[in-house]
Design a protein around this ligand. Structure first.
Ligand SMILES: [Cu+2]
Length: 121
């Protein structure tokens, strides 16, 4: 009987962990794609997440190889697209660019990450 109760409790705990992990906002895909090389300089970077975001606490910056900011400082969750984060870019010359994001999902859990893309030339 004790064994049975313990087994049930472990099962419930694992189920809760599973729900928790799914509730965090992780990068689903991005444009430009993570690690990609694009022929034409993009005007924006957009990231799609696995969960909806808390707009007030969601940030993204883009820097060049020298560490200079090349985004327009206007990162935002587009109206009607609560799982997206988008930022405008300056004119990007060929080079490698570094995207850094920090978001809070609607369940209040923070996640962050980085990736690069390259503009060919
Ligand atoms: Cu969460």
């Amino acid at each position: 009987m004790v064994k049975y109760v313990l087994g049930t409790m472990v099962g419930v705990a694992l189920a809760l962990v599973g729900v928790e992990a799914r509730a965090h906002a992780f990068l689903d895909h991005a444009s430009p794609a993570v690690g990609s090389t694009v022929a034409t300089a993009p005007a924006t970077v957009t990231i799609w997440y696995t969960e909806d975001l808390e707009p007030a606490f969601s940030r993204m910056t883009v820097t060049n190889a020298a560490g200079q900011q090349v985004d327009l400082g206007n990162a935002h969750v587009p109206p009607g697209h609560p799982d997206e984060l988008q930022v405008g870019l300056k004119r990007l010359p060929p080079g490698t660019y570094h995207v850094s994001w920090h978001v809070v999902s609607v369940d209040t859990h923070p996640t962050q990450g980085t990736f690069t893309f390259r503009v060919g030339g």
